[in-house]
Design a binder for this molecule. Structure first.
Ligand code: ZN
Length: 237
């Protein structure tokens, strides 16, 4: 399995976490759909606990419960996160450790911590039917490492939106290929060209998931899933 090759590679989120007006300022509104149209999306991973147990959905760290959320700031407010980091349902401990830096916000200092590392094993699924817009297969090309961008259309409209699946171990998608809703498009991984990101990905494995509007500005991806992904049965009864 290719994930075995990721040993010693670490992970995440910083170069990717630029301030984004759409999340930091005015929220971007989802495109209103024509009458008789509705959007029903699939979950991007097997983790569907966003509403029931968000602490199991987002890739929180031992020190920061907001770590995986959109807008979360790892470094005491200094970093902005436009995606959401979704925890794996299945992961295994490597038996190794990695040094990461936590922030002590009151004193504005960072301190080293040696944390256990893990490898994720979850599959990644397309949230909606679309076409592969981008498929990056070389880790050093992107802060997102191996990743996929899909283009979709709001139902009943010609207006596109995009979804991004980052830090993958495997990409099962070629540019231009049509993709079905819920199709398996890759495997969760720990790839990024940034060493600090790779460190965090080994300690806190996750899928980095984004949703963009037609101008490629980011929606709040957790809000998107909350709006359009199916509710657990017990909530709809
Ligand atoms: Zn992220």
């Amino acid at each position: 399995m290719k994930v075995a090759q990721l040993k010693g590679v670490a992970l995440p989120l910083f170069g990717i976490c630029f301030m984004n007006e759409s999340l930091a300022g005015q929220p971007i509104r989802f495109v209103p759909l024509p009458a008789q149209q509705a959007l029903h999306v699939a979950w991007p991973t097997r983790n569907q606990s966003l509403r029931s147990t968000p602490e199991l959905f987002f890739a929180t760290t031992r020190e920061n419960a907001d770590y995986g959320k959109p807008g979360w700031t790892r470094n005491c407010g200094k970093r902005f996160h436009r995606g959401c980091d979704i925890s794996p349902v299945r992961k295994s401990a490597t038996g190794k450790t990695t040094i990461v830096f936590f922030s002590a916000c009151e004193s504005q200092t960072e301190y080293k911590s040696e944390e256990p590392t893990f490898i994720p094993h979850d599959e990644i699924f397309s949230v909606y039917a679309g076409v592969v817009e981008e498929a990056v297969l070389i880790e050093k090309e992107s802060d997102f490492g191996l990743h996929i961008v899909l283009m979709h259309h709001w139902p009943g409209t010609r207006r596109p939106f995009y979804t991004l699946y980052g830090h993958l171990a495997e990409v099962h998608a070629e540019v231009g290929r049509p993709i079905k809703k819920g199709e398996r498009i890759g495997l969760m991984g720990q790839t990024s060209r940034i060493a600090d990101a790779r460190n965090w990905l080994s300690v806190v494995p996750h899928l980095h998931f984004e949703v963009w509007n037609e101008e490629k500005k980011a929606y709040n991806p957790a809000l998107f899933l909350d709006h359009y992904a199916p509710r657990p049965q017990r909530e709809t009864d």
